[in-house]
Design a protein around this ligand. Structure first.
Ligand code: NAD
Length: 476
């Protein structure tokens, strides 16, 4: 949570669950950080791959040593429960081995011999200096998911964490430095949108690896439109559908829908935003979800028993979400679970569900919080059409249905992650993760991050020149 500060050149981070100030620091100097990175990157790129990998493995060890501190810091800075912050730290550690494997599979050197033509070789080169722009919701794991593959490939990184999670970003970067990765090869740049913009546009930056909202991603895309040579990987939001169809397992379906919509207080790019339900399942499913939803513990990160979900990131976000709920309500929505502010002055929200079946115009926006819209449909084609009624395309899930129905769903729904009888936010670190439409620009992250961290170079090679002209010559 960012508190208003008397000094524009300062970032202040406050704990969403208490309002207490957690961290304060001056914004960084973009030009200086990029200059240092430019000086550092070629030495880093010239190191052997095994050295870079070894240093990344040492980073994983440093994170292991700090795991409780890092988890506690993430929990305090984002408001998410401690159990969930611990799971985020596990992902930071796991990222290293997965990225090493991904680099070997997707960017390894290959040679294709052909006796007379020499050798055709394929190798990959790093871009140079890349900017990593991070979001607040998984403030360690998501930037790290760009940083590790970028380092392995031989890039220098300037990392600007979200202005709402600078403390987490700082500790992450300290772990890189303690592991022995040179200070100028991974740098922390503190700042907000202004520093993000200046960094993305900087001539000394060869690639921009962004995770955040579609609004910001589109703005960056526009500003870089005249510069097609700069690598731009956009991981953006979603308006993700879950379809519940043709299943007797109502309580399992209800749990999957609740987990999809409300884990991390709905602040996941992969969260379910729209629940599309077969008419005949509507009543039992919604009753079960109401029952479960009203039992969810909403609380502070370190409460015992541990809460299911914490507050949203700040009061501005909480106000925006309650306003969105009221908007849906006053435009034809029928409340199932009302959205309530649970603490005056702090951004704790109750999980909310609203039936929007009868709304004439449903806004196709990402409502980034614990707010699930429910739509009732009568046939499967209509369910698929509803699922596709969005400009986004990040995740989608079918709960229930036959294998044939899942095949139809998979073939016709437009999204980068399509799950069956799993939550919308159940994604694997060993698979690519990205979306279509407003959710991304066809540069999926996670396992495929290796692809945007290096570019392929094809070479035809022979140890000695050997050439002759077979046709087209006049006799002497
Ligand atoms: P955001 O877009 O507000 O900010 C993301 C980052 O961009 C921050 O570091 C911010 O300072 C920076 N920024 C803001 N304006 C900028 C500009 N004009 N130029 C350059 N940088 C700028 O996102 P957020 O609110 O921090 O994160 C939540 C959003 O992220 C949600 O929309 C969510 O769906 C999305 N997200 C996507 C994924 C994914 O993998 N697809 C994962 C997590 C979150």
């Amino acid at each position: 949570m960012t508190a208003p500060s008397g000094n524009d050149a300062e970032i202040v981070s406050c704990e969403p669950a208490t309002g207490a100030e957690l961290w304060r620091g001056p914004v960084g100097d973009v030009d200086a950080a990029v200059d240092r990175a430019r000086q550092a990157w070629s030495t880093w790129a010239a190191q052997s791959l095994s050295n870079r990998v070894e240093l990344c493995r040492r980073f994983a060890n440093e994170v292991r040593k700090e795991q409780e501190n890092l988890a506690a810091l993430i929990a305090r800075e984002t408001g998410k429960p401690l159990w969930e912050a611990r799971a985020e730290v596990e992902k930071v550690v796991a990222k290293v081995d997965i990225s090493v494997r991904a680099y070997a599979e997707r960017s390894a050197q290959r040679k294709f011999d052909s006796a007379l033509q020499g050798t055709a070789a394929l190798r990959h080169k790093p871009h140079g200096v890349v900017a990593v722009l991070g979001p607040y919701n998984l403030p360690a794991h998501l930037p790290n998911a760009h940083i590790i593959p970028a380092l392995i490939a031989g890039n220098a990184v300037v990392f600007k964490p979200s202005e709402k999670a600078p403390a987490t970003g700082e500790l992450l970067v300290q772990c890189f430095h303690r592991a022995g990765i040179p200070a100028n090869v991974v740098q922390l740049l503190i700042g907000g949108p202004d520093q993000g913009r200046a960094l993305a546009e900087h001539d000394g930056v060869d690639g921009v690896l962004f995770t955040g909202s579609a609004h910001t991603g589109i703005a960056i895309n526009r500003r870089l439109a005249g510069n097609p040579g700069k690598m731009l990987a956009l991981e953006m939001g979603g308006n993700n559908p879950m379809v519940v169809w043709n299943t007797p397992k109502i309580s399992d379906a209800a749990v999957l829908a609740i987990q999809s919509a409300f884990a991390t207080s709905g602040q996941r790019c992969t969260s379910a935003r729209r629940l599309i339900v077969q008419g005949s399942l509507y009543e039992p499913l919604i009753d079960e979800m109401k029952r479960l939803g009203s039992r969810l513990i909403v609380g502070a990160p370190f409460d015992e028993p541990q809460p299911f979900m914490g507050p949203v990131i700040d009061n501005e976000a909480a106000d925006g979400l309650t306003e969105s709920f009221v908007y849906l309500l006053s435009n034809g929505g029928r409340p199932i679970l009302h959205m309530r502010r649970l603490h005056e002055g702090l951004p704790f929200l109750s999980p909310a569900m609203i039936d929007v079946t009868d709304m004439a115009e449903r806004p196709d926006v990402e409502l980034f919080g614990p707010l699930l819209q429910v739509i009732r449909v009568d046939d499967f084609d209509q369910a698929i059409a509803e699922a596709n009624r969005t400009r986004f395309g990040l995740t989608a899930a079918l709960v229930g249905g036959s294998p044939e129905e899942y095949n139809q769903f998979w073939a016709n729904v437009r999204a980068g992650v399509i799950n069956w009888n799993r939550p919308t936010n159940g994604t694997s670190l060993s698979a690519p993760m990205g979306g279509v439409g407003l959710s991304g620009n066809h540069r999926p992250s996670a396992y495929y991050a290796a692809d945007y961290c290096a570019y392929p170079v094809a070479s035809a090679e022979m140890e000695q020149p050997r050439a002759g002209m077979g046709v087209g010559l006049r006799d002497n």
